[in-house]
Ligand binder design. Structure first.
Ligand code: DGL
Length: 268
């Protein structure tokens, strides 16, 4: 039986989803988080929808075994390919990052022209277009895959001349079409926020769905009467499918002291 004191489950293909974990911990300081990063199988971006769905179901089953009370799919690619299936198969609430990001973009746009960038899988799925149009059918949407951004962030090249060069190339069509709002539709892109902002200039609002996803998580928990009290304070767990030391080192960049150990679990 799931209780209110049970943890919030969050998963990503790797470490990038810690941006969502960070937002959840900030907004919901009493909630315990159990985070799974599929570091053995990252990246999901170039993989087929079937493969991403299989991985997502395996991770969800594992997190349900860990007694999580709700599941946050922090990975945009997994949300794009697997959210409906996860919602169908699980009995706990499942929250993705695409609907919250789309909502924030619709609120932010002034000229009705929204850009979306993401992995090849996310962009090809059309999931952001569907979510945006469901909210505002008259929007103009320009979507672009930026597959090189993920390896550049993984390499730590968040403020590197090569990254700027590639960003200029990827973002040129969005700039010439005058989008005024850009959804950063991938866990890694918020780390390139300043490079992207430099290329696009101050008139383009950048949407990072982590904050909005955490807000939605709070609402879902409240609606389901699952908000934790945890008087002793939350207990977080971090689990990776490969190389816990690397996860710990990179994870501390996102979360500081909130992450002090990483467990390993191999799936598949
Ligand atoms: N987590 C993925 C996403 O948000 C990016 C990394 C990957 O390709 O697995 O789409």
């Amino acid at each position: 039986m799931v209780t209110a004191e049970a943890p919030v489950g969050i998963f990503d293909s790797g470490i990038g989803g810690l941006t969502v974990a960070h937002a959840v911990m900030q907004q919901l300081p009493r909630e315990s988080v159990t985070y799974f990063g599929d570091t053995a199988r990252v990246p999901y971006g170039p993989k087929s929808p079937e493969t991403v769905r299989r991985y997502s179901l395996e991770i969800a089953a594992f997190l349900v075994e860990q007694q999580v009370k709700t599941l946050v799919v922090a990975c945009n690619t997994a949300t794009a390919h697997a959210l409906p299936l996860l919602r169908e198969r699980l009995t706990i609430p499942v929250i993705g990052v695409i609907e919250p990001g789309a909502r924030a973009a619709v609120r932010a746009t002034r000229n009705g022209h929204v850009g979306v960038i993401g992995t090849a899988g996310t962009i090809k799925s059309g999931a952001y277009e569907r979510a945006l149009r469901a909210l505002e059918p008259s929007l103009r949407i320009t979507a672009r895959a930026c597959p090189l951004f993920v390896p550049m962030v993984e390499e730590g090249w968040v403020d590197h001349e090569a990254t700027r060069l590639i960003a200029r190339e990827y973002l040129a069509p969005l700039q010439s079409e005058e989008v005024d709002t850009l959804v950063l539709g991938c866990t890694h892109y918020p780390l390139l926020k300043h490079v992207i902002a430099d290329v696009l200039g101050p008139d383009v609002t950048l949407i990072d769905s982590a904050e909005e996803t955490a807000r939605e998580t709070a609402l879902v928990l409240r609606d389901q009467r699952l908000t934790a009290h945890n008087p002793a304070g939350p207990a977080h767990r971090f689990i990776a499918s490969d190389d816990p030391l690397m996860f710990l080192q990179l994870g501390q960049r996102f979360l500081g002291d909130a992450i002090d150990g990483v467990e390993v679990k191999t799936l598949g």
